[in-house]
Design a protein around this ligand. Structure first.
Ligand SMILES: Nc1ncnc2c1ncn2[C@@H]1O[C@H](COP(=O)(O)OP(=O)(O)OP(=O)(O)O)[C@@H](O)[C@H]1O
Ligand SMILES: O=C([O-])CC(=O)C(=O)O
Ligand SMILES: [Ca+2]
Ligand SMILES: [Mn+2]
Length: 659
């Protein structure tokens, strides 16, 4: 609006004013003066006014820059194609087409009339059912703000915390249910996948999968609305996988919005058919009379159909880790190694991988203020280097403190999903020490919430491969340098003490072995991944390390957990290269090379024997753990690691504890 810059007295057309000049705020060309300086709204009705509040925009990603304007399709045509594709996704066994879908929130009445054009042809003889007469509203790739509103309006237990995060409850399950994860054994998968003892792939047949699929799809179709996320996995563009997640809760949609890679509007426009689809009907149980079902929970993977069904658990980590399993199948088929690891990069481009089971420190230690974060949990290592599979991080929050983990603390803000935390009823301050709901409290946030995230999340070949173990026995050294055979031995063993119930039902630390530091997610035999890792480490000259982030000066109960501050110093020394050239000595039994000094770490803790007052108890505990390693490794002694590489196989077998 034009203003008459030099004050309000002169009225510009030269007409004389008697007495005090009328104060004019602005003036129209026709010379009529108005007292009010505020322009009126451009709306004829209250409804229209409210409609002005919301500007139309497409979903955006804050990540990659290119935001080319839509060119090829009209908005309406694009919506129509999306809905048809989603309807096809939701088609049941008995109906050729899926439900009638309508875009938008059923609570917004104005959305309703737009539906007619997505009406599908139905075969009148079989498809007449009540559910085919109703519409299912599709909330497609909503923004975090919209998902907040949906969650707060419709999902009990959803609240905004004092820092703006969305606090939510995952229901009866507060961790994954590995014993309820099933994989269809069919022509494609029978020979390719790892089955039997030690394998995470509990078999099911195609028919049972379809029974569960029908149950999930019918449940979702019976709802007034479903959430659909179309997103990507893997920052390596050549090996990017398109995923669709159909779910019933805003919590699930926001979780996956944060955890998967968010498409730009342009990428969404050209999304096409997803490579893999999840049907999350987690609120609804499976039918226990169905063959194979041992509980009301079932997470079912069908690689041939490229689908996953979730029944009977609302824990969002099932979706994240279910897709990780899929990547553990798809990527090795392309000679790319999939890794349950964190990953970061120094200023000079030195990349480190952090392997470890749940709770060993992948997220905590890869989130390092002095380094670029590539990702905290799931990566690929291919011809050109490493790439993150995900677009977000999933940090443990129990006992989180601003001082010890500032970057994670600051990432818990608007947009972040906070699972199962306890907060003050009035001011909504979260009490991170409260375990009333679960010890496995979690925050899921987009990776760019970490200030020094490396975008895009890719990096060159790793220089250091750090194996993290949280040793509840307190006998493994805080850090050891490994040769290649030892690295493979410990990678295949995948030792830690499970802490704090990420897997449903486990509350106390206990020794556990999980091949490749992720047996729950691998699809092929562990030696396949191990061979790929050995080959890549050899080729690119990476050094292996074993870091104990667990106990010192006694086992769980007597000793205490190694201070995070010390572990960080150890990791710093690995990154800087100073530890590579330190002085080493060899430990008994495990034959580990341990440094005599690390800057910033008391030297006496570097050899665990020094920290135990009862040396006899130390030796007994060491032998006990060595025995557990030996027992565990027996399953692998008959396997060759890689093709024609017998030497390495023998070296690996010899790289374990000797007693
Ligand atoms: N010395 C230590 N080193 C690393 N972490 C420690 C140490 N002491 C305590 N911790 C705590 O241990 C936890 C490590 O959890 P983190 O989230 O890093 O696990 P993760 O390996 O990423 O597991 P997941 O795969 O389940 O996400 C954090 O809560 C961290 O604060
Ligand atoms: O999957 C989860 O729920 C958490 C996680 O990262 C793991 O267990 O490795
Ligand atoms: Ca993590
Ligand atoms: Mn993990």
């Amino acid at each position: 609006m034009a203003s008459n810059g030099n004050g309000s007295v002169a009225n510009g057309n030269g007409s004389a004013t008697k007495g005090l000049a009328k104060i004019q705020t602005h003036k129209k060309h026709n010379g009529i003066c108005h007292d009010d300086s505020v322009p009126t709204v451009k709306a004829q009705t209250i409804d229209e006014l409210h409609s002005l509040q919301r500007k139309k925009s497409a979903p955006t990603t804050p990540v990659t820059g290119s935001q080319a304007p839509f060119a090829t399709l009209s908005e309406e045509e694009r919506h129509k194609q999306q809905l048809q594709s989603i309807s096809a996704s939701l088609a049941s066994l008995t109906r050729e087409t899926g439900p009638k879908l309508v875009r938008g929130d059923p609570a917004r009445q104005s959305d309703a009339p737009k539906v007619t054009h997505v009406h599908h042809h139905v075969t009148p003889t079989i498809a007449v059912s009540d559910s085919s007469l109703k519409f299912t509203h599709v909330l497609y790739n909503l923004s975090p703000a919209e998902l907040y509103e949906q969650a707060i309006k419709y999902e009990k237990g959803s609240f905004i915390t004092s820092t703006g995060a969305l606090a939510t409850l995952s229901g009866a399950k507060t961790g994954r249910s590995p014993r309820d994860k099933r994989v269809v054994k069919g022509d494609l998968t029978e020979d390719e996948l790892w089955w039997g003892k030690g394998s995470p792939n509990i078999e099911m047949d195609e028919h049972t999968f379809m029974v569960n699929r029908e149950r999930a799809v019918d449940y979702l179709n019976s709802l007034d609305k479903v959430f659909v996320n179309d997103q990507f996995l893997n920052w390596d563009l050549e090996n990017r996988i398109k995923v669709r997640i159909v779910s019933a809760r805003a919590y699930h949609s926001l979780f996956m919005h944060n955890m998967c890679i968010r498409p730009t509007p342009e990428e969404l426009e050209n999304f096409g058919t997803p490579d893999f689809t999840i049907y999350n009907a987690g609120q609804f149980p499976c039918n226990r009379y169905t063959h194979y079902m041992t509980s009301s929970t079932s997470i079912d993977l069908n690689l041939a159909r490229r689908e996953m069904i979730i029944l009977g658990t609302q824990y969002a980590g099932e979706m994240k880790k279910g897709l990780f399993s899929v990547m553990h199948y798809l990527m090795p088929m392309r000679q790319i190694l999939s890794l349950h690891s964190g990953c970061n990069m120094g200023r000079d481009g030195d990349v480190a991988l952090f392997f470890g089971l749940s709770g060993t420190g992948k997220t905590t230690l890869s989130t390092d203020h002095n380094r670029y974060l590539i990702g905290d949990d799931e990566h690929c290592w291919g011809e050109n280097g490493v790439s993150n599979i995900e677009g977000g991080c999933y940090a443990k929050c129990i006992d989180l403190s601003r001082e010890k983990e500032p970057d994670i603390w600051n990432a818990i803000r608007f947009g972040t999903v906070l699972e199962n935390v306890v907060f003050d009823e009035y001011d909504r301050e979260v009490d991170y020490s409260d375990k009333s709901v679960t010890e496995n409290t979690r925050a899921a946030y987009p990776i760019e919430y970490i200030p020094n995230a490396k975008l895009p999340c890719v990096g060159p070949h790793p220089k250091n491969v750090i194996l993290l173990a949280c040793d509840a026995f307190g006998v493994l050294p805080p850090v050891s340098k490994l040769n290649l055979a030892q690295t493979m031995y410990h990678f295949i063993s995948g030792y830690t003490a499970l802490v704090a119930g990420t897997e449903d039902g486990i509350k106390e630390p206990q020794a556990t072995f999980s091949a490749c530091f992720g047996a729950a997610f691998i699809m092929l035999h562990p030696t396949k991944y191990a061979a790929m890792l050995a080959e890549k480490m050899q080729k690119h000259g990476a050094t292996g390390w074993l870091v104990n982030t667990g106990w010192s000066a006694g086992s769980y109960g007597q000793g205490s957990r190694i201070k995070l501050q010390y572990t960080r110093k150890i990791i710093d020394a690995i990154h800087s290269g100073s530890l590579l050239n330190a002085e080493y000595k060899k430990t008994e039994i495990f034959g580990l090379e341990i440094p005599t000094e690390v800057e910033g770490v008391p030297s006496e803790i570097l050899d665990p024997v020094n920290t135990w007052s009862n040396k006899k108890a130390y030796k007994e505990t060491l032998l006990k753990l060595a025995g557990l390693f030996k027992n565990n490794f027996e399953t692998f002694t008959n396997y060759k690691i890689g093709k024609g590489n017998n030497n390495l196989t023998e070296e690996i077998l010899a790289a374990g504890p000797i007693f």
